[in-house]
Design a protein around this ligand. Structure first.
Ligand SMILES: Cc1cc2nc3c(=O)[nH]c(=O)nc-3n(C[C@H](O)[C@H](O)[C@H](O)COP(=O)(O)OP(=O)(O)OC[C@H]3O[C@@H](n4cnc5c(N)ncnc54)[C@H](O)[C@@H]3O)c2cc1C
Length: 429
C-alpha cells in the first residue's frame, strides 16, 4: 500500500469508522467520513460498552483528551433469585458507554465540542485533513480505472453527489450497504432470543440496589423459562461523568422468543405500528410490551433487577443476530470492511467495539509496511470467526439446551484448531 493516501473515504461515522479516521489522520492521511445521520448529535444510544483490550490500547495511544472514560469493575458476580452472591469470577472490566465513546472519538477526530468533551485536543501540523460529513448516505460503490467511485445521496438537501477515493473503508455497521454490494449473500440469522436493554441513573435507584450492583458486573441465570440478565455501571448519560452517584446502571436481559410467534411481532412493533427486524430504538418500544415484560420480570428476576425495570424510562429491544463475511478486502485491496460490517457478534462476550479497534491497529501496521493487506484480512477473519463462535457458546449456555451448548463448543474448538494449522483456515488466504 502507498505510504501516504491523500484521499481516504470512510463510510459510516460510528465507533469503528471514527477509530479508523483518527488513526489515519494522525498518520498524515486525508480522511473524509460519510455518515448518513443528518446531524452530529447522538442521543438515545443508551448502551453500555465493555472497553476490551484493543479499545483500551486505542484510547491509550489516540485519546489526547486523557479524560477518564470508564467505570471499572473487579469481576462478575453470579446472583441467586434472592440477590445473594452464588459465585464471584475475578476478571477486571472497563465499562463505558456508546455515547461517551462517540463524543470522545469525535473530539479527537475533528475537534467536535460537546458536554462530554468541552476542550477537544488541537490538531497537530502533521495530521491529515479530517472531515466528518453528515447527511451523506452512500448508495453505490464501484472500482473505475483503479479508483473507487462512491455515489451518495445528500439526506439534508435531497440530492446526489459523487466522490473518488484511493482507499475506502466500509464501517457502515451490521446492515452495511458496502457489504451488500460486494457480498450480497451474507446472512444475518436471528438467534432465537431478543435483548431488552435499559438504563437507570444511580440517583434514581435505592441505596440497597446501588450497593448490590456496585463495582461488579452482576449476572442472574433463570431456568423457567431459560433466560439471563446482566447488569453493570457505566458513565453518566448527560456528560459521561464516572463519579460515584453520577453513573448509570445499565442492563441487558436476554429472552427467548420464536421468530414466527405473535409475541415476536408484538415486541418488534413500535409505537407508530412499524415492525422492526433488528431493533426497536429508545422511545419507540410500546408501553404494553414493556409492562408485560416487567410483569414477567417480577416472577422470574431478583427484586433488585425488577426495581430497575420499573424505573427504566426509555427501554429498547433488539433481536439478537450475528453475521460473518468470507472476505474483507475487495477491489485489489482498495476497499475493506471493518467493525460490525465485517462481522456482527451476539452481544454476550461484549467484544464488538474491540473488533473495530483491532481492525484499526492492524491497518496501522499495513500502512507502516509491517504487514500485508492479505495478512490484515486473515487476522481480521480469524478474530471474527473465533469471537463470533465464542459468543454463540455463551449465548447457548444462557438461553438454550445442553445439546446446542455442546454443539457450539465443538464448532468453536474446530475453528480454533483449524486456525492453528497453516493454510487450513481461512483456506483462500
Ligand atoms: C444497543 C447496542 C448495544 C451494544 N452493546 C455493546 C457492548 O456492550 N459491547 C460492545 O463491544 N459493543 C456493543 N455494541 C456494538 C457496538 O456499538 C458496535 O460494535 C460498535 O459501535 C462498532 O460498530 P460499527 O461502527 O462497526 O457500526 P455501527 O455502530 O452500526 O455504525 C455504522 C454507522 O454507519 C452509518 N451508515 C450505515 N449505512 C450507511 C450508508 N449507506 N452511508 C453512510 N453511513 C452509513 C450508520 O448511520 C452508523 O453511524 C452495541 C451496539 C448497540 C446498537
Amino acid at each position: 500500500m502507498e505510504s501516504k493516501l491523500n484521499n481516504i473515504v470512510i463510510v459510516g461515522g460510528s465507533l469503528a469508522g471514527l477509530m479508523h479516521g483518527i488513526m489515519l489522520k494522525r498518520l498524515g492521511h486525508n480522511v473524509h467520513i460519510l455518515e448518513q445521520n443528518a446531524s452530529s448529535a447522538r442521543s438515545g444510544y443508551a448502551a453500555g460498552i465493555s472497553a476490551g483490550p484493543h479499545v483500551q490500547e486505542f484510547l491509550k495511544n489516540h485519546d489526547f483528551t486523557k479524560l477518564p472514560y470508564s467505570v471499572d469493575a473487579e469481576g462478575i458476580q453470579l446472583l441467586e433469585k434472592t440477590s445473594k452472591v452464588k459465585r464471584f469470577i475475578k476478571k477486571p472490566y472497563r465499562l463505558t458507554s456508546w455515547t461517551l465513546l462517540y463524543y470522545r472519538l469525535r473530539a479527537n477526530f475533528d475537534g467536535l465540542r460537546s458536554d462530554f468533551c468541552s476542550d477537544p485536543p488541537p490538531a497537530s501540523e502533521s495530521d491529515g485533513k479530517a472531515i466528518f460529513d453528515t447527511g451523506k448516505r452512500v448508495i453505490d460503490v464501484e472500482l473505475t480505472d483503479g479508483t473507487v467511485k462512491l455515489r451518495y445521496e445528500d439526506v439534508n438537501r435531497d440530492k446526489d453527489g459523487m466522490l473518488y477515493a484511493d482507499f475506502v473503508i466500509g464501517a457502515d455497521g451490521a446492515n452495511s450497504f458496502i457489504r451488500r454490494k460486494v457480498l450480497p449473500n451474507v446472512q444475518r440469522p436471528y438467534a432465537g432470543y431478543v435483548a431488552f436493554r435499559g438504563t437507570v441513573p444511580q440517583r434514581d435507584v435505592s441505596e440497597e440496589t446501588n450497593r448490590i450492583f456496585d463495582g461488579r458486573l452482576s449476572l442472574c441465570n433463570m431456568s423457567k423459562p431459560k433466560n439471563y440478565i446482566l447488569l453493570y455501571n457505566i458513565p453518566g448519560e448527560e456528560s459521561g461523568s464516572v463519579k460515584p452517584g453520577e453513573r448509570v446502571l445499565n442492563y441487558i436481559w436476554y429472552y427467548n422468543v420464536a421468530e414466527s410467534s405473535q409475541d415476536f411481532t408484538d415486541i418488534m412493533t413500535d409505537t407508530d405500528g412499524h415492525v422492526h427486524h433488528s431493533m426497536v430504538p429508545t422511545g419507540k418500544l410500546r408501553k404494553e410490551v414493556w409492562d408485560r415484560q416487567t410483569g414477567i420480570g417480577k416472577s422470574v428476576l431478583p427484586k433488585h433487577f425488577v426495581e430497575l425495570l420499573e424505573k427504566t424510562k426509555q427501554p429498547f429491544v433488539s433481536a439478537v443476530s450475528d453475521s460473518i463475511v468470507p472476505a474483507a478486502s475487495f477491489f485489489d485491496g482498495k476497499l475493506i470492511l471493518v467493525g460490525d460490517a465485517l462481522s456482527l457478534f451476539r452481544p454476550h462476550v461484549a467484544l464488538s467495539t474491540n473488533q473495530g479497534a483491532l481492525h484499526c491497529s492492524l491497518l496501522a501496521k499495513v500502512l507502516k509496511g509491517e504487514m500485508s493487506m492479505m495478512q490484515w484480512e486473515r487476522k481480521a477473519l480469524q478474530y471474527a470467526s473465533s469471537t463470533r463462535l465464542s459468543s454463540i457458546v455463551v449465548g447457548n449456555y444462557g438461553q438454550k439446551g445442553l445439546v446446542s451448548f455442546f454443539v457450539s463448543i465443538i464448532k468453536y474448538f474446530l475453528v480454533i484448531i483449524g486456525q492453528k494449522i497453516p493454510g487450513l483456515w481461512p483456506s483462500k488466504l
